[in-house]
Design a protein around this ligand. Structure first.
Ligand SMILES: Cc1cc2nc3c(=O)[nH]c(=O)nc-3n(C[C@H](O)[C@H](O)[C@H](O)COP(=O)(O)OP(=O)(O)OC[C@H]3O[C@@H](n4cnc5c(N)ncnc54)[C@H](O)[C@@H]3O)c2cc1C
Length: 436
């Protein structure tokens, strides 16, 4: 089976590694960027996705970068503590939760792909322009700088669109879908050198859906600065009257805009203003998503990651759900008798699961506890229990874990998506055989 992966981001790289682990070697990755650049700021990889990376034999490398986040605390806009819980191994998972620079994670995945599949399988500077059918089969055309000059035509048995939030593959499958949906929230992101806070491996979320900041360390070591950490921060603000910021991950924000909006975010446990001042660069991006699709099942074309289910970045699910998609797709391709059957099984499992996360994130996911406290006690509280009960807080946190597929007990107990490469199988029903 010849697979073309369109997009060499986190989802595309994980799919290549998962296919290789399942015994499929004829896999090419086509990436539009001229090089796989280690861009972005911090991201979270939840325990269910860390399990998959562990089973892909990446843990030795992963443990050298990033931080195993130990606990999470929600604070109100006024800095009052609302909810606190352990994370990862401390919460009973068999796998940690990782906070890591997106670029470092991508770099690590890319090196593994090059080592396991061969560097010649990663085609940078190849932007998918269109997909179609001719007498020889399904083709995919790639262009470089000149959009009118095709530099390569591939004839894959299976084409997977892992081409992110502005997916061309998705546009080919759903040409009338229209633009991304913006909820009026602007996100500013940065990485700053700072002092450890709370437990030193804490994630904190301060504010509410109107205005919040989420912070966590992504490296416990900073060169030449002993005792300091690299802290990732995201500051979001509802600005529905303004124009939508450009949908470009590298678009730079004006620091004064962020400082003005977050001027009073100074707390005894953390000085957010100082971190904003110290970030080398600040990126700006709108909080966008799309409605869940009615199908990803196009026989021998499908979607994965942000291309399939762009979602608000709430609860660390963006990269994690892409990693899970990759593992399930490779698993089904290894176990089902035909490509078509595998894509149907993948669609049946992953589309409803990720649609639930998209919908939950629109309602603020686990951050809902802060909105409830702000509505009920806008000027703060003396006794939290008079505003919200422990049971209600627990239900919000547990519900999100169930929706996101990372309930500790169920994750620890469920079977692995790792497969032994099966023997070649005969075609059935005239559909495409997976192996010759
Ligand atoms: C440059 C960049 C920076 C990011 N920074 C952050 C961040 O700081 N924090 C965060 O939470 N999320 C960030 N994201 C998004 C995050 O990586 C994804 O939400 C998540 O990891 C899901 O991964 P994905 O592989 O589906 O998509 P992505 O990681 O977005 O990868 C998609 C890949 O497809 C490529 N591509 C796009 N169109 C084509 C085409 N027509 N032909 C070939 N290749 C194509 C892109 O260049 C990209 O490499 C960033 C994404 C990008 C591309």
């Amino acid at each position: 089976m010849k697979v073309a992966i369109v997009g060499g981001g986190i989802g595309g790289m994980c799919l290549a590694l998962s296919l290789h682990a399942a015994g499929f070697d004829d896999v090419d990755i086509y990436e539009s960027a001229s090089a796989i650049r280690e861009l972005g700021v911090g991201i979270n990889v939840l325990p269910h996705a860390v399990r998959e990376l562990t089973e892909l034999d990446l843990m030795a490398d992963l443990s050298k970068v990033g931080v195993a986040t130990a606990d999470f605390t929600y604070f109100s806009r006024l800095g009052q503590r609302i909810w606190e819980e352990p994370l990862g191994v401390a919460a009973g998972y068999r796998w940690p939760q990782l906070s890591i620079h997106r670029g470092e994670l991508l770099g690590l995945l890319q090196r593994a792909v090059r080592a396991r599949l061969g560097s010649h399988r990663v085609h940078t500077g190849h932007q998918l322009a269109s997909v179609g059918m001719d007498p020889q089969g399904r083709w995919a055309d790639f262009v470089a700088h000149d959009p009118d000059r095709v530099i390569a035509r591939a004839y894959p048995d299976l084409l997977v669109g892992c081409d992110g939030i502005h997916s061309t593959v998705r546009r080919c499958l759903y040409p009338d879908e229209g633009p991304l949906r913006w909820n009026g929230v602007t996100m500013w992101r940065g990485v700053s050198v700072g002092e450890p806070f709370l437990s030193g491996r804490s994630m904190v979320n301060i504010g509410s859906s109107k205005q919040r900041t989420v912070l966590y360390p992504i490296s416990a070591v900073v060169r030449d600065q002993p005792g300091k950490m690299l802290i990732n921060w995201v500051a979001t603000r509802k600005v529905s009257t303004a124009e939508m910021p450009p949908q470009d991950w590298t678009y730079l924000a004006r620091r004064e805009d962020v400082l003005e909006a977050f001027a009073d975010f100074r707390f005894d446990f953390l000085d957010v203003v100082r971190l904003i001042q110290e970030a080398e660069v600040i990126y700006q991006y709108p909080m966008v998503d799309r409605d869940p699709l009615p199908s990803w099942d196009f026989g021998r074309v499908t979607l994965l990651g942000d291309a399939a289910h762009p979602m608000h970045p709430v609860g660390g699910n963006g990269a994690s759900q892409a990693i899970l998609d990759a593992r399930v797709l490779a698993y089904e391709l290894a176990l089902q008798p035909t490509i078509e059957a595998a894509i149907s099984a993948y669609d049946a499992q992953r589309r409803p699961a990720t649609a639930a996360v998209v919908q939950s994130n629109r309602r603020a996911g686990p951050h809902r506890c802060q909105d409830l406290v702000e509505q009920r006690a806008p000027n703060g509280f003396e006794e939290l229990s008079q505003v919200i009960s422990r049971k209600e807080l627990e239900e919000i946190a547990d519900e999100y874990k169930r929706i996101g597929g990372f309930d500790a007990q169920r994750l620890n107990d469920r079977a692995s998506f790792a497969v032994q490469p099966p023997a070649p199988s005969a075609p059935t029903n005239g559909e495409t055989p997976l192996r010759p």
